[in-house]
Unconditional design. Structure first.
Length: 403
């Protein structure tokens, strides 16, 4: 069976997901095309040498609909003979794109893929596509549906995490992200996004809030308390599912939850033959992939069982892993991961995460794999594991090994 290697990883900076965000002027297709062009140019690709572009995007309506992947290929400088497929595994879409590409390479179904994703949350609001689990009463009742923020607070309640713990994790995420940018740790991967006149639109993550401290976060009100306790009263639904909890403790707010941002990312994944043919040196091999379904009400605990599965399937232990990227959808997600595996926090999200830099839904999975690869190289380490929680109760994971 061929090995699947990562030859390159690039991403846009993450822009604030509002009308005044720097990337707001770009459509998802336009931003995707810029990222695809970067992969092409950085690696000297020509002709239809890529088997497929597998592209994650979550809110697949309007300008993000209609097989955005193929639209992005046609908008880019890639050969029109390269097809594209858009996929949606909610927050895990970018990672699933990479994992699908790796597994197709391993199966011999083509020599190379570009995989990643995009989300323009300033232009296509999260949830604007509707979701059966939220809007279909029969399914919502059957699955005890609550919004993700309530789920994050359920995790905190179930596993005993406090507001101070969540805020401390958020402060550390900000500190690490600021340090990473100051030290140029993202320089190899982050593209400068320019307009048609060559003027810079954005060249760094703009969501970061330097100077964030415990006092700043302590002044913020819990974001999900009213929807949980007052209208529409989602806490009551959660307590029907988990009667052992006396009440839900609401600890999450904008400062310890992931930021709404625009962004795109791509990885070039191929076999050894592809690298030899194009004079490219692999940076890492994708050693294992996994996905799992889990409880849809607490929803966001997927990183724990999917990590257990990927370690078991690959014959590894937690102690074998040098670095971890655990998407910071909410602080409690990372706290639960660290608790479950007794992982040293210094090995998790070394350069900050989505609390500090934002979570462009369809792109984040690819972003954190790229960040993991960069940090393995910078710190001269070997094995890394990236994982995300996913809406509706799922988890995804990828293990990479630096070459």
């Amino acid at each position: 069976m061929p090995e699947a290697y990562i030859y390159d990883a690039v991403r846009s900076p993450r822009g604030k997901g509002r009308a005044d965000g720097s990337l707001h002027e770009l459509t998802a297709v336009a931003l995707s095309a810029k990222v695809l062009n970067a992969v092409k140019e950085r690696n000297g690709l020509s002709g239809a040498v890529i088997e497929d572009v597998i592209w994650g995007n979550v809110t697949q309506v309007g300008e993000q609909g209609g097989c955005l992947a193929r639209s992005a290929v046609l908008a880019s400088d890639l050969d029109e003979g390269i097809p594209g497929v858009a996929i949606n595994r909610f927050c895990g879409s970018g990672m699933e794109a990479v994992n699908l590409a790796a597994n197709q390479v391993k199966a011999g179904a083509g020599h190379a893929y570009i995989a990643g994703g995009v989300e323009m949350m300033s232009r296509v609001p999260m949830g604007s596509d509707g979701a059966a689990i939220a809007v279909d009463p029969g399914l919502a009742m059957k699955s005890y549906f609550v919004p993700q923020g309530i789920s994050a607070d359920i995790i905190a309640t179930q596993f005993g995490f406090t507001r101070d713990q969540a805020d401390a994790l958020a402060v550390e995420s900000q500190r690490r992200a600021v340090r990473a940018w100051e030290e140029g740790r993202f320089a190899n991967s982050v593209l400068t996004i320019r307009d048609q006149n060559g003027l810079t639109i954005l060249d760094r993550d703009e969501y970061i809030r330097p100077g964030t401290d415990m006092q700043t976060l302590g002044a913020l009100k819990p974001a999900f308390k009213d929807m949980g306790e007052v209208m529409p009263g989602f806490d009551k639904i959660a307590l029907m599912k988990y009667p052992h909890l006396e009440r839900i403790h609401h600890i999450h707010h904008a400062g310890n939850s992931s930021g709404i941002v625009d962004g795109s990312a791509a990885l070039l994944v191929g076999d050894a033959e592809f690298g030899r043919a194009h004079g490219l040196t692999p940076r890492a091999r994708i050693r294992a992939t996994a996905k799992i379904g889990t409880d849809p009400t607490i929803m966001l605990t997927g990183p724990v069982p999917v990590t257990e599965r990927i370690l078991r399937d690959s014959g590894l232990s937690v102690g074998d892993i040098d670095l971890f990227e655990v998407n910071e959808a909410f602080a409690s997600v990372v706290l639960r991961f660290q608790q479950a595996f007794d992982v040293d926090p210094e090995l998790v999200n070394v350069n900050g995460g989505s609390i500090a830099m934002g979570h462009p839904l369809g792109a984040t999975g690819a972003i954190i794999i790229g960040a993991l690869l960069d940090e393995l190289e910078r710190s001269d380490k070997t094995l890394g594991l990236a994982t995300l929680c996913i809406a509706s109760g799922m988890g995804a994971a990828t293990v990479i090994e630096r070459v």
